[in-house]
Ligand binder design. Structure first.
Ligand code: PBG
Length: 431
């Protein structure tokens, strides 16, 4: 067997080198699997990783110090001990430090946090660009329009800005997006029929993206609010009641239209009862057995959605969404929703908002074997951005910590407006 050591600083080969040494070659493994780069390969693009192979040309000659192993051992046995650095002195405490007997602790958890290498070794949770889903706002315009309440986010032109943004995201390993359309007022109606127009903004955009990037994973939002003249996720009866089963009928048509255009995952965010099962049946009936359903299982009636509703101009024209979205005070109820969605055939269970609802993410993680998604919503994003702009917090560090916390709580994937920025951080790039 080859005995080769890699020096992580430059990857030069040191130690005894035999003929059957292990060399290095670039491979198509994702960049974040390994991050050592040999001196001879400093021109290898970042995304390539280095793995062992059995061939290498630039072998350094074995080091020859003049003595055999036997001679070295004999010297030590005879008492001629080679010189090594002395035992290091104990570091001094600053003047004034009280002298106290050490606490009789058998466990000192700080031992495992002593150095960056130990901390990295014992890190329990990780975050990778592959875990991120990038929500993108689209509109019919040619230009990208900034969203006031969400600094750094735009309503992207579906043909230009969107395509560029997707390309940037893919460059740093984010290959999943979710689309949210800003629909012209003239196309909105009380029954939201534009939602299943095969040539509407969303299906048209899906077709364009799939044509350009066939392997892009496209999630869609299934709900009537961007298409509803009432700004509600369902059809509103004259007494203000949101009609459940009639809305589900529309949602099925919407999901099928999105699947037909090429959507990979349809995501009902409406919170109507029974929609997952109905959508599953509708997709299957049309031959879309392969299209997944990510159900917004525990979607709370949250004030953290404010900036999003501004972005899409989708504020409810009256009332609130409390008869369908969940009460933020409720915990057990999330299990009722989760059991329903699971039995109706959901592929992924989503919790929304994210950070303030970390307990719900953990609850679903511990009670379901399905993948869990967390949605870090617009209000969470905007608060971190605002805090950063005002120099009250370190935006980048808080961003990364918030995403890691969602993962720690049990989310497999995180929908976040920070997806591109965070992935760039993970790839070691600055904005
Ligand atoms: C509506 C929908 C909303 C969000 C995603 N889909 C808003 C709402 O329920 O009013 C919010 C996302 C965010 O705030 O980032 N179906």
């Amino acid at each position: 067997m080859a005995s080769t050591m890699l020096n992580s600083a430059n990857c030069s080969v040191s130690g005894p080198v035999k003929l059957d040494y292990v060399g290095l070659k670039p491979s198509e493994v994702p960049w974040n699997v390994l991050c050592v780069r040999p001196r001879s390969m400093t021109n290898v693009p970042r995304k390539q990783a280095i793995v062992a192979c059995d061939k290498r040309d630039d072998v350094p000659a074995p080091l020859k110090m003049g003595m055999s192993d036997e001679e070295c051992e004999a010297a030590v046995v005879a008492g001629n001990i080679p010189v090594a650095p002395p035992i290091p002195p104990k570091p001094l405490a600053p003047a004034g430090t009280p002298v106290v007997p050490s606490l009789p602790l058998s466990r000192r958890p700080r031992r495992n946090r002593r150095s960056p290498a130990l901390r990295a070794a014992f890190q329990e949770t990780s975050l990778s660009p592959a875990n991120l889903v990038y929500p993108l706002f689209i509109h019919e315009g040619e230009e990208d329009t900034p969203i006031g309440a969400m600094p750094g986010c735009y309503r992207l032109g579906w043909r230009h800005g969107l395509v560029e943004e997707v390309s940037k995201a893919r460059d740093v390993g984010v290959n999943s997006i979710v689309l949210f359309p800003k629909v012209p007022d003239a196309l909105k109606s009380s029954s939201g029929d534009e939602a299943y127009n095969e040539n509407g903004l969303v299906p048209r955009t899906i077709r364009l993206l799939k044509d350009k990037y066939p392997d892009l994973v496209i999630y869609t939002d299934v709900a009537l609010d961007p298409y509803s003249s009432d700004g509600h996720d369902g059809i509103v009866r004259e007494d203000g009641v949101i009609m459940n089963d009639e809305t589900v009928h529309q949602l099925c048509k919407q999901a099928v239209a999105q699947a037909r255009a090429g959507a990979d995952v349809v995501s009902p965010s409406d919170m109507m009862d029974g929609r997952v099962g109905a959508i599953r049946a509708a997709l299957d009936a049309e031959g879309f057995q392969h299209v997944s359903i990510m159900s917004y299982t525990a979607k709370y009636a949250s004030s953290f959605y404010g900036p999003f509703r501004e972005a899409l101009d989708s504020n409810p024209r009256f009332g609130d969404k409390k008869t369908y979205q969940m009460n933020p005070a409720n915990y057990r109820e999330a299990l009722v929703e989760a059991h329903e969605d699971e039995s109706e055939g959901a592929d992924i269970l989503l919790v929304k908002p994210g950070l303030p609802y970390n307990d719900i993410i953990r609850l679903l993680r511990d009670n379901s074997s399905l993948p869990i998604a967390a949605y870090q919503v617009s209000g969470e994003y905007s608060m971190i951005k605002a805090g950063g702009v005002l120099k009250m917090i370190d935006e980048e560090k808080v961003m990364m910590e918030s995403l890691l916390c969602l993962r720690r709580a049990g989310a497999d994937i995180v929908l976040t407006y920070f997806a591109l920025q965070a992935a760039r951080c993970l790839c070691g790039e600055k904005r």
